[in-house]
Design a protein around this ligand. Structure first.
Ligand code: HEM
Ligand code: HEM
Length: 190
């Protein structure tokens, strides 16, 4: 299959979709706690949430390094200036959330007197000492940021679908793995 439009680098695409999958796991793990009663399972889900969150932090750091090191032709270069600026602002906000959420979650856990580990295999350093009042505040900040992030993801997905089905451009296809590109044909214009 010949690809005749600029695509994101394969590494960017791999990191984008891996991060997406892990965010789904992290959010499902923490929300499942509301419907589970057994305390061991609730603790397991919380520890999974924390570990997935830390993996997201590592992936986003890798992604930001890759973003500044890989220079590739970008499909958004052909978009009108207004849309380009809006999408740059949305992507910057997504990156800020991807950094702020794991950091506030980690601080929140430490302030509540809980150590953070990576799937029980590696113990991570304590960033701050136990402090109940601070823990309450950090918990509120983490949870508010989490819901704003989920709303922004909704808008981001809506924008990707709008590009593909309404504007009929190549923005969505530029972020798809080659295998999927074969199944998602271009939409005929006009
Ligand atoms: C991108 C990464 C993350 C996302 C999207 C995320 C999202 C969320 C969400 C949606 C909630 C539930 C909010 C609510 O019940 O209203 C939550 C709670 C929580 N998160 Fe995160 N989080 C992330 C990373 C982390 C990390 C890295 C840690 C700790 C190391 C952490 C620790 C917690 C804790 C302790 C809670 C409270 C759980 C409870 O009381 O049931 N989070 N997070
Ligand atoms: C957890 C969910 C998601 C997060 C955190 C996320 C985050 C991001 C970020 C930060 C970028 C900017 C990449 C860059 O240029 O550096 C991006 C690009 C993109 N995302 Fe997502 N994304 C998510 C889910 C999705 C989904 C479900 C879709 C498709 C339905 C999607 C489609 C795209 C597309 C097409 C681009 C390229 C935009 C462009 O080239 O201007 N994303 N995403």
């Amino acid at each position: 299959m010949k690809i005749r439009f600029p695509r994101h680098h394969n590494l960017t695409i791999a990191l984008h979709w891996t991060t997406f999958g892990i965010i789904i796991f992290a959010v499902c793990a923490v929300l499942l706690r509301d419907v589970v009663e057994a305390s061991e399972v609730r603790l397991l889900l919380l520890n999974l949430h924390r570990s997935f969150g830390v993996v997201i932090l590592l992936l986003v750091v890798a992604r930001l390094i890759a973003r500044f090191r890989i220079s590739s032709e970008h499909v958004s270069a052909s978009l009108p200036k207004g849309i380009r600026l809006l999408s740059q602002a949305a992507h910057t906000a997504l990156y800020l959330f991807l950094l702020a959420l794991p950091v506030t979650g980690w601080l929140f856990s430490n302030a509540a007197g809980k150590a953070v580990s990576l799937f029980g295999l590696v113990n991570l350093p304590e960033l701050i000492a136990k402090n109940r009042d601070l823990a309450d505040q950090l918990g509120d900040v983490h949870e508010t940021l989490a819901w704003l992030f989920i709303a922004l993801i909704g808008a981001h997905v809506g924008a990707a679908l709008w590009h593909h089905f309404w504007r009929k451009d190549d923005v969505l296809r530029s972020m798809l793995p080659v295998r999927l590109l074969r199944t998602l044909a271009p939409i005929n214009k006009g």
